[in-house]
Design a protein around this ligand. Structure first.
Ligand code: F42
Length: 148
């Protein structure tokens, strides 16, 4: 059977458990990063290679109904795999921030727009600043806008 359109949970158990809890409770539980109390959202992407459905918790960085998706992965030297999923299938991205997921359009932030969203991201989740110091790569930021 093809993997296409099948959900493939993250191989990291703490991540797949968070997604499962969030979805089962419509965002009422599993809605923060561990015990930090800082809110998260779940994004759904399509695997660049497999075509499988991938679900990824990210910190909630929201401003006037738009969201930043910060590909920080704790300041690791490489981009997270979901970054490449976004590039490969930008038309198939959803966000869940509460009970129901919704479709979004995405664009990678550059220049002044990136600087503005980076500030918002660090305000929402201050460790992003440390993650950027830890790595030589520029941490990518996508902006996601709800599709009407
Ligand atoms: N990560 C962030 O980057 N930013 C955040 O703000 C963030 C917040 C956060 C909050 C809560 C939480 O539970 C996790 C959080 N994370 C955050 C971690 C995040 O959820 C991801 O786990 C992390 O960014 C790593 O993403 P990843 O896509 O690299 O995940 C790896 C471990 C993974 O799932 N690998 C899969 C595997 O099987 O090894 C492959 C997944 C995949 O999409 N494969 C593609 C495909 O085609 O299916 C392509 C495969 C390829 O090789 O290209």
């Amino acid at each position: 059977m093809s993997n296409e359109t099948q959900y493939q949970p993250s191989p990291w158990e703490w991540v797949s458990t968070q997604v499962e809890t969030y979805e089962r409770t419509g965002g009422a539980e599993g809605n923060t990063l561990m015990d930090t109390g800082m809110p998260i959202v779940i994004i759904t992407t399509i695997g660049a290679k497999t075509g499988a459905i991938r679900k990824t918790p990210l910190m909630r960085v929201e401003h006037h109904g738009e969201y930043a998706l910060v590909a920080s992965m704790g300041g690791a030297p490489k981009h997270p795999v979901w970054y490449f999923n976004l590039l490969a299938h930008p038309e198939s991205v959803r966000i869940q921030d509460g009970p129901e997921p919704f479709d979004v359009s995405i664009r990678e932030a550059v220049g002044e727009e990136k600087a503005t969203w980076w500030e918002r991201s660090v305000a929402a989740y201050p460790p992003y600043a440390d993650y950027q110091k830890k790595t030589e790569r520029q941490i990518p930021v996508f902006i996601a806008t709800r599709r009407s």
